[in-house]
Design a protein around this ligand. Structure first.
Ligand code: SF4
Length: 329
């Protein structure tokens, strides 16, 4: 799809055209992977952060309660998620000053240990030096996630206050060049134009992202953008469908973080092929956009998601099926 076609889809309110878009995207997903949907366990192991992103609940200046899980806790939580049937552990951290002051040896050791336990690993560390990325790579991390949020530099400056667009992009491309798959992602509803979204969708292909993502902005208490409105979900769903049609074999998340388990069906119907933000109940772990929604109630589990998928004629893939798909050339 070219830029004009993408913008047209984002603008259209024609119901037939929108229905046709979702049907086409779901058909592409079924053609590529049949009834299989992947599941990622989310281990947000430290909520400390040195940054002050204007859209984020965990920004440095927000006076919230934070946690930092120990190595043993991280491994135990990951094991529980693996036992529940997830295909990958997503190790996510804020840009925790402690790790940046000391080193990332603990994280590298955890990745190595998880790989030896037989799971796939995605690492979402924020911006880190090249030598740390080397360590992640040597430990066997499969995917390196570092969303740009937008590919409009002016908007980036407003969202990610005092951070470098180029350093962020460099880390991602360095990880790719070291042999990891990369994820690129955008936020919807943060002041971007349709033209910005089109540029982002095209940039994702140019950089060779294996996983591509969009998430609707959710206003966060205590942040400078707390009075922004959350966007109509139709925009996120259209972007998911566009990504599926443009990149048939991409990993595209249906995140439980934005609307909880209630938002799963629509995102899968729009063409998403994996579920992210599965969190063990009463684990003390948080989500990002909705830090606690559905977590302790057990709504963000493989079991709950499987039930919904079953009613759609779909199922969670096993780990071997995921690895085969991930390494699809
Ligand atoms: S988005 Fe990430 S880097 Fe920015 S403040 Fe939040 S946790 Fe820190």
């Amino acid at each position: 799809m070219n830029k004009e076609e993408i913008i047209h889809i984002l603008e259209t309110e024609d119901e037939n055209e929108i229905r046709g878009l979702f049907e086409r995207a779901a058909a592409v997903r079924r053609r590529v992977q049949g009834d299989k949907i992947f599941a990622y366990g989310f281990v947000y192991f430290t909520t400390y952060c040195r940054n002050n992103c204007n859209f984020c609940y965990f920004r440095r200046s927000n006076g919230i309660e934070r946690y930092r899980k120990s190595e043993e806790e991280i491994l135990a939580l990951s094991k529980a998620l693996m036992d529940s049937g997830v295909d990958l552990i997503d190790l996510t951290m804020g840009e925790d000053p402690l790790y940046h002051k000391e080193n990332f040896e603990t994280v590298i050791r955890i990745i190595r240990e998880l790989k030896s336990m037989g799971t796939s690993v995605m690492i979402s560390p924020g911006v880190v030096p090249d030598e740390v990325i080397d360590g992640f790579c040597e430990a066997g991390a499969d995917i390196f996630a570092l969303y740009q949020e937008t590919h409009n530099r002016e908007l980036f400056k407003r969202l990610r206050k005092d951070q470098s667009y180029d350093e962020r992009m460099h880390a991602k491309l360095y990880a790719r060049d070291r042999g990891m798959y990369i994820e690129e992602g955008i936020l919807s509803g943060v002041g971007e134009t349709d033209s910005d979204v089109a540029d982002s969708l095209l940039a994702m292909g140019e950089m060779g992202a294996r996983q591509v993502r969009v998430m609707s902005f959710v206003p966060q208490e205590g942040s400078p953008m707390e009075n922004f409105k959350t966007p109509d979900r139709m925009r996120e769903l259209k972007i998911i469908a566009l990504m599926r049609i443009m990149y048939p074999e991409a990993l595209i998340p249906a995140s439980l973080d934005v609307d909880g388990i209630a938002g799963l069906r629509d995102r899968i119907n729009a063409g998403a092929n994996l579920i992210t933000s599965i969190i063990p109940p009463r684990s003390g772990l948080m989500g990002v956009a909705h830090s606690v929604m559905d977590v302790d109630e057990g709504g963000r589990t493989v079991e709950e998601a499987s039930e919904i998928l079953r009613s759609m004629g779909l199922r969670i893939a096993d780990h071997k099926e995921f690895v085969d798909f991930l390494n699809l050339k």
